[in-house]
Ligand binder design. Structure first.
Ligand SMILES: Nc1nc2c(ncn2[C@@H]2O[C@H](COP(=O)(O)OP(=O)(O)O)[C@@H](O)[C@H]2O)c(=O)[nH]1
Ligand SMILES: [Mg+2]
Length: 250
């Protein structure tokens, strides 16, 4: 009797505050936006972090809709990843609004590939698309400029700090230059990208925004790969560990 009264009370409380219950459920795991231009490797990285197998064959590069992935771990130490479409379509602007304004995320993984983004063919054309590494680096910078502004405006509105991890992926493609790649994306490096990171930190305020730059690779171990599967796994694990630290899981 007492028990049924209590459960009715709890159910009643939940029913009378459906919004709160929804929020509690939604906020169980930290929410992480995954940003970056098309072809840098956002989807594969989110799949790796959530331990989804890449189901054979090359996946469709680029996506017009937000992709949602959940990393489940023991004791609620999971994450929800929202992969923002990289193409500059109307859907992207809506997705950016959603993660940085409407329901601001806890942290951001901005994915870059040191100029190794897989070019997406323009609609209606055939044959492989091509772009030089310089063009790809310039495109990454332009994409970062847009996202950095969104992160800055979110950070200044927040009452608690926001974290940013710049994930330099496809490290298997520049395994001998990983240090150089990390430097290129780092604050205080004096590179075009580093200068933009410095601007973001100045705008957001250093205490409101933490910035990490970490190498990662979603692939490795294949024939001729410069990174072994073990090395690639270690990079993914190191990234996951850092995300857990930033989210107060450990
Ligand atoms: N060599 C290499 N290729 C990768 C890596 N991650 C993704 N790719 C490839 O890059 C292309 C784009 O990856 P995808 O995750 O779809 O990029 P997105 O458009 O940012 O979501 C695909 O052909 C992937 O197979 C990586 O770590 N190393
Ligand atoms: Mg994708």
């Amino acid at each position: 009797m007492a028990r049924s009264t209590r459960s009715r009370t709890i159910l009643g409380a939940i029913a009378s505050t459906p919004e709160r219950a929804h929020q509690l459920f939604r906020r169980r795991f930290p929410v992480v936006a995954v940003t970056g231009m098309t072809g840098v490797g956002k989807t594969q990285l989110a799949d790796r972090l959530t331990r989804r197998g890449t189901d054979g064959g090359p996946a469709e590069v680029g996506s017009a809709v937000m992709e949602r992935r959940t990393r489940r771990s023991r004791r609620l130490h999971g994450f929800r990843f929202l992969v923002v479409p990289g193409d500059n379509a109307a859907t992207r602007l809506g997705a950016l609004d959603e993660v940085f304004h409407d329901e601001p995320v806890d942290g951001v993984i901005h994915v870059v590939a040191h100029g190794h983004a897989t070019p997406r063919r323009a609609g209606g054309t055939s044959g492989a698309a091509s772009a030089t590494r310089e063009e790809q680096l310039a495109a990454e910078l332009e994409d970062w400029t847009i996202t950095a502004h969104r992160i800055a405006s979110m950070a200044v509105r927040r009452d608690r700090p926001v974290w940013l991890v710049i994930a330099v992926t496809k490290a298997d493609l520049f395994a001998d230059d990983i240090d150089e790649a990390i430097r290129y994306y780092s604050p205080g490096s004096g590179t075009p990208f580093g200068d933009k990171v410095d601007e973001l930190r100045a705008l957001a305020g250093g205490a409101r925004l933490s910035v990490d730059v970490l190498p990662v690779s979603s692939q490795g171990g294949s024939r001729n790969a410069a990174l072994s599967e073990k090395q690639a796994n270690a990079l993914v694990d190191a990234l996951a560990t850092r995300l857990a630290q930033l989210s107060g899981h450990v």
